[in-house]
Design a binder for this molecule. Structure first.
Ligand code: FES
Length: 159
């Protein structure tokens, strides 16, 4: 083997080693950026306690059959009302069509964006919404209303 061939081979090995080192360094540097930019699952609105306090609706405002109101929980829209049978009901107000806030209108739940209409059991009955609203468990505790995920469901974990 010629001395020039030995020198070329050594130079090639050095370049390959430097290239590998550079790639490793770049990957290590880009990993935190990738982690920062990659989509994260939305936080659980019910947190560790498994419930979220109802905002802007007091128990007195839904005390009798037919009474209802729009409010919120954990930064989301909420509808709470008492049905004709006296049962307290709650739905996440996010319309299943394009995400607008559905409004309580006494005899129905209505979305102003495109005329989506839901019955009082949350079923989509007219307009473009493709699915029923997400029903939540609602209850009173120490003078406040709370909502929680329905038993055996992963509802309302969507963003
Ligand atoms: S967003 Fe509710 S009907 Fe379109």
């Amino acid at each position: 083997m010629e001395p020039k061939d030995v020198e070329d081979r050594s130079r090639r090995r050095l370049l390959v080693a430097l290239g590998s080192l550079g790639a490793l360094w770049a990957a290590a540097g880009l990993y935190p950026v990738y982690r920062f930019l990659s989509p994260q699952p939305p936080p659980d609105p019910f947190g560790k306690q498994g419930k979220a306090v109802v905002e802007k609706i007091s128990p007195a405002e839904v005390a009798r059959p037919g009474m209802g109101k729009n409010g919120g929980y954990a930064g989301r829209g909420l509808i709470v009302f008492r049905d004709a049978g006296g049962q307290l009901k709650a739905f996440d107000a996010k319309c299943t069509h394009a995400g607008c806030n559905v409004q309580f209108q006494g005899a129905k739940l209505y979305c102003n964006c495109h005329g989506g209409t839901y019955s009082l059991d949350g079923t989509n009955i007219a307009g473009p919404p493709p699915r029923p609203l997400t029903e939540l468990r609602v209850f009173e505790e120490n003078g406040l209303l709370y909502v929680a995920r329905p038993t055996g469901s992963k509802a309302a974990s969507h963003g």
